[in-house]
Write a protein that binds this ligand. Structure first.
Ligand SMILES: Cc1ncc(COP(=O)(O)O)c(C=O)c1O
Length: 406
């Protein structure tokens, strides 16, 4: 147990909230452990002292420039979350009750919710057993004239089959590709950066992601034709951006929209992380490769499959998972690992079976691979600063749990 972060009184005389600094690690290997990577605290201080702490301040501009440069997009709009960026994409497409959006069933809730709250229906698509990402063959069966968007996820930071999906979409020009790239910033697919292929893409800077500012996200715009309207929706439905650039002498309500912008204080935090992108990516790669090397040849006879990265895809090393042979074993293995202080976890539950998912789908679909994988997938602790000795401990706990449950 640690120190008290705040013990003084506030200006009103009331005590400030007392935040106990708990050592997340203690004697365990936590599932995630976000750490300072460089200049975060200095930049946060500078942002607060500079006084421009709302959206679109100097640190936001620096992050946007960096993303434009790295992803090669037309514009990046920093948002309060990836969920908010998905919602902004749904607004930009003017989706309504007659429109359908195809999303993988094996997905985060808001990958679908962002579109249904705009009034659209969803169609749940199955995933490929190797990449655990949207299956183009099933997508092809699902397409109909009501489909306005297809939203694949680059699961675990490994590119989905973008070629296969683009091939299907070539016959459906009314359907836009939106990459949910919450996991895959700086990954690539046949030399195309993940997030640069769709009409739009979204990013997450949540605490659990490779680059974080606590909560944050971005909408990546790859089509110049979306830029002006996206700026209006992003700026609460007003032409404030045009005003700030001296293009109009006052700004007013023009369109739908909302308050999507990320505070510059959080952009300062995020910029410090992104500055360290080479070292962060290298260290995550080391953690991933080490898990793979230590487990290869050890786990196959214990009924475990390791993740697959197809040729031509550079992954973003967002997570390391294993697939067990039987779903009834997964929770037992997790419990045994936790008992020895190693905090593994599971992942998405299939959305096509969820109570709300069933009420918002255009029609029922079958997603057997999503159901199967969801029950068998186990994620190992994975974070940038995971040490070799912690990695060894995780592997030992997994092997012991697998042997005990074989
Ligand atoms: C694939 C995917 N999309 C979207 C999200 C939502 O991200 P955020 O928490 O930034 O809204 C997540 C969250 O983990 C996710 O895994």
């Amino acid at each position: 147990m640690g120190d008290q972060l705040a013990s003084q009184s506030s200006p009103t005389g009331k005590p400030l909230p007392s935040v106990e600094l708990v050592d997340l690690k203690g004697t365990t290997v936590p599932f995630n452990w976000p750490r300072l990577q460089g200049n975060e605290l200095d930049y946060i201080r500078r942002s607060v002292e500079h006084g421009v702490t709302s959206a679109d301040g100097p640190f936001s501009k620096a992050v946007v420039e960096l993303l434009i440069d790295e992803v090669g997009c037309e514009l990046a709009l920093l948002t309060t979350s990836c969920t908010a960026a998905l919602e902004l994409s749904a607004m930009l497409l003017d989706l309504g009750p007659d429109d359908t959006v195809v999303v993988p069933s094996f997905a985060f809730v808001t990958s679908a919710l962002a579109f249904t709250r705009q009034g659209a229906k969803v169609l749940f698509c199955d995933i490929e057993p190797e990449t655990l990402a949207l299956d183009p063959a099933h997508l092809s069966d699902l397409m109909d004239p009501s489909v306005r968007a297809v939203v694949p996820i680059h699961y675990a930071g490994v590119g989905c089959d973008l070629d296969g999906i683009e091939q299907v979409l070539a016959d459906w020009p009314e359907a836009s590709l939106i990459e949910d790239n919450a996991h895959g910033l700086f990954g690539s697919h046949r030399d195309r950066p993940l997030g640069s292929v769709g009409r739009m893409a979204t990013l997450s800077f949540h605490e659990t992601k490779n680059f974080t500012c606590g909560e944050g996200g971005a909408l990546i715009l790859n089509d110049q034709r979306d830029v002006d309207r996206a700026q209006v929706l992003y700026h609460k439905g007003t032409n404030r951006n045009a005003f700030l650039h001296g293009l109009v002498d006052k700004y007013t309500w023009q369109d739908t929209g909302s308050s999507f912008g990320l505070s510059d204080v959080l952009a300062a935090y995020l910029y410090a992380q992104l500055e360290q992108r080479e070292s962060i990516m290298a260290r995550r790669r080391h953690v991933w490769d080490r898990y793979r090397d230590l487990l290869t040849g050890q786990v196959e006879d214990l009924g475990v499959t390791l993740p697959v990265v197809p040729e031509g895809r550079v992954q973003a090393h967002h997570m390391f998972y294993v697939l067990l042979d039987r779903p009834d074993r997964r929770n037992e293995v997790l419990a045994a690992m936790r008992a020895s202080g190693v905090m593994g976890t599971f992942h998405y539950l299939p959305l096509h079976l969820s109570p709300h998912g069933q009420t918002v789908s255009r029609r029922p679909t079958e997603c057997p691979v999503s159901e199967d994988v969801s029950g068998r997938l186990l994620r190992l602790p994975f974070f940038t600063d995971l040490s070799d000795s912690e990695g060894d401990r995780v592997v030992a706990a997994l092997l012991e749990a697998l042997t005990a449950t074989a």
